[in-house]
Design a protein around this ligand. Structure first.
Ligand code: ADP
Length: 178
């Protein structure tokens, strides 16, 4: 599914973030930046050991913030590493932190002249954020950002599996008609 926001494209696809040909892909990292499972493990496997060495040198990233590295063996030239919140009960600032993770990633893309960005569904795997809520929030933040930042030409959400894709598709219809 694809919609246009001003001149920019917002796209939902089902697939694997590591094979995307956008200028940057976003990693759902943890605060240590030292690698983990899920998206993070897949990105480090595909990018090669130089990525982990650079992440170790960076030394970490607080929840809700982001940092940028090269993509090494990936098709994407850059990896934007961001840390979403661990979901507890929704009363510990999770929504603010998740919005901040998306916004910080987009800000870094803008600053570095990155015109196309692929996101995974941040925090909805090991970090336990309910995916329907996370999807609405993520899409709202991205739509607002694209409305103000025409320099980002494409944001693609790469959803892992059909259920995740369907959830994002429903959420996008809800957000656009709200
Ligand atoms: P977090 O720790 O932020 O929850 P995870 O990596 O555990 O991050 O999961 C985030 C989401 O990414 C989950 O919905 C998971 O199904 C999905 N995912 C896992 N591997 C991939 C991949 N290779 N490409 C895209 N999405 C993925």
């Amino acid at each position: 599914m694809q919609v246009t926001i001003n001149e920019s494209v917002l796209e939902l696809v089902e697939g694997d973030i590591t094979s995307q040909d956008t200028e940057a892909i976003v990693n759902a990292a943890n605060e240590s930046l030292l690698g983990g499972g899920g998206v993070d493990g897949a990105i480090h496997r595909a990018a090669g050991p130089e990525l982990l060495a650079l992440c170790r040198a960076i030394g970490g990233c607080p929840t809700g913030e982001a940092c940028i590295t090269q993509g090494y063996r990936l098709k994407a030239k850059h990896v934007i590493h961001t840390v979403g919140p661990v979901y507890r009960d929704g009363r510990h600032g999770e929504a603010v932190l998740l919005a901040s993770a998306y916004r910080s990633s987009l800000d870094l893309a803008s600053v570095h002249g990155v015109r196309s960005v692929a996101f995974p569904s941040i925090s909805t795997g090991a970090y336990g954020y309910p995916i329907d809520q996370a999807a609405r929030l993520a899409l709202r933040v991205v739509i607002d950002y694209l409305g103000e930042h025409p320099e980002i030409e494409l944001v693609r959400f790469v959803l892992f599996g059909q259920p995740a894709y369907n959830t994002y598709e429903r959420a996008l219809v809800e957000v656009l008609t709200a």
